[in-house]
Design a binder for this molecule. Structure first.
Ligand code: FES
Length: 125
């Protein structure tokens, strides 16, 4: 179990070494998410159209290790964009991964950039 979580490390913009071309922006539902595979990682990518931003985080929910976060509802918690796990509604900040309604460890988040209608996710390895 723990080794699954070890696969995912928050990547800061300044640490990005590889911009992985994930898919076209049209492959992501507005105000929803989709899962993308990069090496051995499943990454949840969100098109937060309502605020004109994109986010990426680990797809695995640390609560029960289910690969489900890309299917979670996105929303806002006092100005913080968040995703709610579809299973038991634990919520995580899409900015820094913090668990907003509990005391679980933060999930890993990754930078996203859009170029020529393609979505790129930033990784350090
Ligand atoms: S598996 Fe995500 S909240 Fe339980």
């Amino acid at each position: 179990m723990e080794e699954i979580l070890d696969t995912y490390k928050t990547t800061k913009l300044e640490d990005v070494k590889i911009w992985f071309k994930a898919a076209s922006i049209h492959d992501f539902p507005a105000d929803g998410g989709a899962c993308v595979k990069y090496k051995n990682k499943q990454i949840a990518v969100f098109n937060f159209a309502r605020i004109g931003k994109w986010y990426a985080c680990q797809n695995v929910c640390p609560h029960k290790m289910e690969m489900v976060l890309s299917r979670g509802m996105i929303g806002d918690d006092k100005g913080i964009p968040k995703v709610a796990c579809p299973l038991h509604k634990k919520t995580f900040s899409l900015e820094d991964g913090e668990n907003l309604n509990g005391d679980m460890d933060a999930i890993a988040t990754y930078p996203v950039k859009i170029e020529e209608e393609n979505v790129y996710i930033g990784f350090s390895d």
